[in-house]
Design a protein around this ligand. Structure first.
Ligand code: PMP
Length: 419
């Protein structure tokens, strides 16, 4: 993809040909309420480029056969596409082996899988699991369920008011009973980019494995799970321009080998008798039933597309764009921003004066600007600030400075309406 340097009105550099990129995303040219759509809800889900839509349609139209079990041509080709997709994912996150890439239905399923299958073997009564205060419910509740089942306890690494984790308190939380740390790479509410590599280093000094929730982080910069040295890394296809219903759990082979299966069924077995069942090799041991092989292929198309755009260029552009948005929103006056860490992804949570976030969101919607309001599945974050929720704008590389201006104008309108 060509990249061009453009100057925004504010003098910030635009190193992507965004107008050209936007043409790859059919939905971006639709209107809502007679106005061009401004889609700023990318942390909830991203839009899909034609490359992904075409791949999925082609698969259903020309290739579809159930994987791994058939001798016929369609099954063989489908299997090949599915396993090719696994290799694309492996390469994208730089895992050592494809056997360490487990396909799931999304981040939530990946974390539940890890919590159950790791927890069954390694977590016992009196043990401890550490999560941070800024986790998505998906990275809290599965661990809570595990702790309740096992009689273990959940310990919390807090964050400061600016949205940075209190890393200096991590060491003090760890005990010989700490069995795993689960932490998000990027907060979906505060936008904070956490120092996950540093967290892993501290944890490993104590012999403790780390699960990184990469739902938001996977598209923020080039991901190298070996460099982070994460023991587990979870993400969803739909948040990185791929289809819904497909996700990944990366796990280091030495952990996955020792973990028990999560779900039983077809594909995950080696030999079944009524007396005993033996399990398939990695990663199939964790992929019971018909996998979302077409989703996996769509995800591979998304990762190929994103790689062609240039992950670094996209992240740099998003970073410029969020700085611009932050400055412009702050200039309005009366805007409270939640999450002001120095290292932030393209997510901004805010409140307008004393206006309820839901009211702000409704007005923004009527002005064609799609944002999210509420607790963003992070109730402890909202509780931290003692508020009802926030308005969250989350940007992607296909958003423009003009769209940020539309957001700012819409927020000004909210202020006018509420006096
Ligand atoms: N973790 C984080 C940080 C998220 O932002 C999300 C989605 N909002 C999830 C986990 C859950 O992802 P999914 O709903 O795709 O399973």
């Amino acid at each position: 993809m060509d990249t061009v340097k453009q100057q925004s009105a504010d003098g910030l550099t635009q190193s992507l040909n965004v107008e050209k990129i936007r043409q790859d995303f059919p939905i971006l040219s639709r209107e809502v309420y007679g106005m061009p759509l401004v889609y700023l809800d990318n942390a909830a889900t991203t839009q899909k480029p034609k490359a992904v839509l075409d791949r999925v349609a082609y698969f259903y139209n020309q290739i579809n056969g159930n994987i791994h079990r058939g001798v016929h041509k369609l099954s063989e080709e489908s299997t090949q596409e599915y396993e090719n997709a696994r290799e694309v994912v492996r390469n994208f996150i730089n895992a050592r082996k494809t056997s360490e890439v487990v396909f799931t239905s999304g981040t939530t399923a990946s974390i539940n899988l890890a919590a159950y299958s790791f927890g069954e073997v390694f977590v016992h009564s009196g043990d401890e699991v550490v999560v941070s205060e800024m986790e998505h419910h998906s990275n809290i509740v599965p661990w809570q369920l595990l702790c309740e089942r096992k009689g273990a306890s959940l310990k919390i690494l807090p964050f400061r008011d600016d949205g940075q984790l209190c890393i200096d308190q991590l060491e003090g939380l760890l005990t010989p009973r700490t069995k795993i740390i689960a932490v998000t790479q990027v907060s979906n509410t505060l936008g904070t980019v956490n120092p996950v590599k540093e967290i892993v280093r501290i944890a490993h000094n104590h012999g403790i494995p780390v699960l990184v929730d990469g739902a938001q982080g996977v598209k923020h910069g080039n991901i190298d799970v070996q460099d982070i040295d994460a023991d587990f890394y979870a993400f969803s296809g739909h948040k990185i321009y791929g289809p819904t219903g497909i996700g990944v759990l990366y796990g280091k082979e030495n952990w996955l080998e020792k973990m028990v299966p999560w779900q039983g069924g077809g594909d995950m077995i080696n030999r079944v008798t009524f007396a005993k069942t033996t399990f398939n090799e990695l990663p199939f041991k964790f992929e019971a039933g018909t996998a979302n092989y077409i989703g996996a292929s769509g995800l591979a198309a998304a990762l190929d597309y994103y790689t062609k755009i240039g992950v670094s260029a996209a992240t740099a552009y998003e970073s410029d764009l969020i700085q611009y948005a932050t400055r412009k929103l702050s200039e309005i006056g009366g805007i409270r921003i939640f999450g002001t860490a120095p290292d932030k992804a393209a997510i901004i949570s805010f409140l307008v004066d004393n206006v309820h976030p839901y009211d702000t969101g409704m007005i923004l919607d009527k002005l064609g600007v799609a944002v999210r309001t509420g607790n963003h599945c992070t109730q402890p974050v909202i509780d931290h600030y003692g508020i009802d929720g926030t308005v969250r704008a989350s940007l992607a590389f296909y958003n423009t400075y003009d769209e940020v201006d539309r957001l700012v104008e819409a927020v000004q309108r909210v202020k006018e309406i509420f006096g």
